[in-house]
Design a protein around this ligand. Sequence first.
Ligand code: KIV
Length: 268
Amino acid sequence: MPDTKRVTTRTLRQMKASGTPIAMLTAYDYTLARILDQAGVDVLLVGDSASNVMAGHETTLPITLEQMIYHAQCVIRAVRRALVVVDLPFGSYQGNSKEALISAIRIMKETGAHAVKLEGGLAVRPAVERIFEAGIPVMGHLGLTPQRIYQFGTYRVRARSAEEADRLLADAELLERSGCFGLVLEKIPAALTAAVTAAVSIPTIGIGAGVGCDGQVLVTHDMLGLTTDFNPRFVRRFAQLADTIADAVNGYVQGVRERSFPGESESY
Ligand code: KIV
């Protein structure tokens, strides 16, 4: 029988302690969230990648707090087991820690989600502390932080230099001390991921960060092969659903054109 006990931040700590890898995926809508939850994904991230995947923007910057709340409400209705984490979108927490707290409270109150995530290290420390002190579980995100894309100008691997790697490690330790229950590590060298994972007692979840972390996350539409124009080496296509859907739709169009659909058994 599948395990239907709710996943909490405590469960994730226990999974790290027992060496059980954590499976996390993004979700933005009811139908897919339901499938992912029933299939046993431990953490569903209502990621601001919805800006790319759902809305077709080039970056994660345009998505608003209201839009994130809408996506989170859709996801939470579907979920019985997974921990649901919602990204604080660009512009909803960088101003000051009070603004960050207000945004986090809106997400928690209006969606019923279980935690929030924000990007950055030292710069977001006051925000992390204030959200944590309000009793809201908060997750950090280091390495490639897409909300800062215009500052970096590239989606290349981060923290390749010793100086950047030291800063990332220090940020990870600082986020743990500030109250984060977990950390996403995006697009950093695998050896650095392993070092961070050993240095902190909170779970690390990697994306493009090698196998040496406590769990993995991918954008669901990438791993299902629904997105076809984004092919970084860290994405494994566990299915090719764009092809499957195209075949199905071709069959439908053909059925309509030749009047083989609907058949007698599909009519009243
Ligand atoms: O928004 C998102 O999908 C993310 C993942 C890439 C971790 O933050």
